[in-house]
Design a protein around this ligand. Structure first.
Ligand code: CNA
Length: 332
């Protein structure tokens, strides 16, 4: 048994005994999907924002700054927008724990929706810092649907409100904004009942989220999976804490190995990768096109009946949509 396995064994044992896991996730669980975190010294967003000409790094997510100049946010958003990133092994581990009834809740600071894309159900997820799923005008608060927002972004326009012309912003929480009410409501119910707390890929610097691990009951088993010691694990460690300074995906592999679900993890991960990732090589591209042609051939075999034709979207529309997706993928 490797050193890592023996460090992780108590977690696997607790899960096998029926204890449930509550996750506290940060940007570090998504870096292997290709989404930079904020604070990693060389690869993080804050280290690479020079091109946006910001007065200070956090300005890109600052509400007052956005109201004056939304361009830097939208430049960044066009790079980070969900759709072309696949869930990581860590996300898929969460899904597997859900499937075996070992998941209690997922508190995430991430706005990339990768937990959802991995198949974690809505009832388990608390997106503490919001997500790109909905959008509102910062002036009159009218909602803008995501297709309209994406169309504006694609055509290099700052999405603006069709009623008052104010700037529209996806409902991710900026500095200067409050967290969703659901976050506080769910946490007030959950905090005393956490059995296993896995804190992963976060610098634990953004409040109030950063407080959560310190608020779990003394009987809870707390685990930090991160590249560095952070927050309560650094300043007020508990005797039973497990601290693993390592890569999130590697730890997901190891823990799933100890739980006997490593094959399932690899299978889910490969499936997710082929569904969401941009092709990186010619071979992957050819594979994507072959898959598309296969599914088109299947569609042709199952020509809809007249009755169905009235209710289902037009085939040409669907084909155009699929083709647009493919063209997006080709932009590598
Ligand atoms: P952060 O402050 O950038 O910290 C990330 C932490 O993860 C650091 O301590 C890193 O050392 C660690 N880390 C990075 N990669 C790995 C890895 N592969 N394995 C283990 N540890 C790793 O990010 P936080 O989430 O703590 O900060 C909160 C902000 C970041 C939230 O408001 C988010 O909205 C925001 N954010 C989200 C995303 C996303 O949705 N993917 C991306 C960038 C920023």
């Amino acid at each position: 048994m490797s050193d890592l396995d023996s460090i992780l064994q108590p977690i696997a044992d607790a899960i096998k005994k029926g204890k449930k896991v509550t996750f506290f996730n940060g940007a570090g669980i998504s870096t292997s999907a290709g989404i930079p975190d904020f604070r990693s010294p060389e690869s993080g967003l804050y280290a690479n924002l020079a091109k946006l000409n910001l007065p200070f790094a956090e300005a890109v997510f600052d509400l007052d700054f956005f109201m004056e100049n939304p361009q830097p946010f939208y430049t960044l958003a066009s790079e980070l927008y969900p759709g072309s990133f696949a869930p990581t092994k860590f996300h898929q581990m969460i899904k597997l724990l859900q499937d075996q009834n070992s998941l209690s809740r997922v508190y995430t600071q991430n706005i990339d929706t990768l937990e959802r894309l991995a198949g974690v159900e809505d009832k388990y997820i608390v997106e503490a810092h919001g997500s790109f799923a909905t959008n509102h005008c910062v002036q009159c608060h009218s909602e803008m649907d995501t297709e309209t927002l994406k169309k504006d972004m694609k055509e290099n326009r700052i999405p603006s409100c069709r009623s008052c012309e104010g700037y529209v912003k996806p409902d991710i929480v900026f500095f200067g904004e409050g967290l969703p009410k659901s976050f506080f409501k769910t946490w007030s119910k959950d905090s005393k009942h956490v059995e296993i707390a896995i804190v992963a890929g976060t610098s634990l610097t953004v409040q109030p989220f950063a407080f959560l691990p310190s608020e779990v009951g003394k009987k809870a088993l707390r685990i930090l999976i991160n590249k560095e010691k952070v927050g309560d694990f650094k300043h007020h460690p508990r005797k039973s804490d497990i601290i693993v300074l390592n890569d999130c995906d590697l730890i997901a592999e190891k823990l799933c190995g100890l739980l006997g679900i490593e094959d399932k993890l690899n299978e889910l991960y490969e499936k997710g990768k082929s569904k969401y990732s941009k092709p990186e090589t010619k071979e992957e591209l050819v594979h994507d096109i072959e898959e598309k042609l296969k599914s088109e051939a299947n569609l042709k075999q199952k020509e809809p009946s007249e009755e169905q034709e009235e209710t289902t979207p037009k085939k040409e529309d669907k084909e155009e949509e699929e083709l647009t997706d493919l063209v997006d993928k080709l932009k590598i």
